[in-house]
Design a protein around this ligand. Structure first.
Ligand code: COA
Length: 182
């Protein structure tokens, strides 16, 4: 039987529904996680956001963030979320496959994430050598996974993970800093 959902690129008008989905899947505590520090003040890669739509409702989402690992550019996968009650049907895998495929076409070298290896191995992720890639905060090394999109990209991935760029500077309290007037 054909899948009842459609995967399509995320559009600007989807932002509210994606936020609601992520809030529901991860809760407000997610912002304290190490991976979120890498997303603070940075916009996701717009060409790599995908959503799953079923019966005109947004039921799943995946995004990728631009990061640097040592001297290399890479991508951070996540958040990946599927609406409760609709999980376990393949939507999550379908979303990731679309994103990964597009990232490959766009010439990205690698993707990393923090997550459960048995799940992400289904789309090709594997544990990275312990200590090779260091996140800015406490992360279980066994959950640091990577996928190479270009030859040797993963083998050469080494060092501290940091934001590839900062789009919206934020002050310590989290409020956006107004651009300086000139
Ligand atoms: C993780 C999540 C995105 C998976 O989406 P999904 O649409 O249910 O996933 P799929 O249907 O594509 O895959 C389901 C399969 O993966 C397995 N699976 C799901 N989570 C798993 C995990 N953490 N470890 C191992 N296997 C897992 C399921 O058992 C199922 O196996 P089956 O096909 O043998 O029945 C969804 O459960 C979710 O939104 N969870 C809350 C948010 C979250 O934890 N996101 C991941 C961290 S970024």
């Amino acid at each position: 039987m054909a899948a009842g959902w459609e995967i399509r690129p995320e559009e600007p008008g989807d932002a509210g529904a994606v936020l609601a989905l992520d809030n529901d899947a991860f809760g407000p505590g997610r912002h304290a996680k190490s991976a979120y520090r890498l997303r603070e003040g940075v916009q996701p890669v717009s060409e790599l956001g995908f959503v799953a739509v079923e019966n005109a409702e947004l039921v799943g989402s995946v995004r990728f963030w631009p990061i640097a690992v040592g001297d290399a550019s890479s991508l951070l996968l996540g958040p990946l979320a599927v609406k409760q009650g609709l999980r376990g049907r393949g939507i999550g895998i379908d979303l990731m496959r679309r994103g990964i495929e597009r990232a490959r076409v766009l010439g990205h070298a690698s993707i990393i994430l923090v997550g459960d290896e048995p799940y992400y191995a289904r789309v090709g992720f594997a544990k990275l050598p312990r200590g090779s890639v260091r996140f800015p905060g406490p992360v279980d090394p066994a959950r640091i996974l990577g996928l190479g999109l270009q030859k040797e990209a993963l083998e050469n991935l080494r060092g501290d993970v940091r934001r590839a760029r900062i789009d919206d500077p934020v002050c310590a309290a989290g409020a956006a800093v107004a651009p300086a007037k000139v």
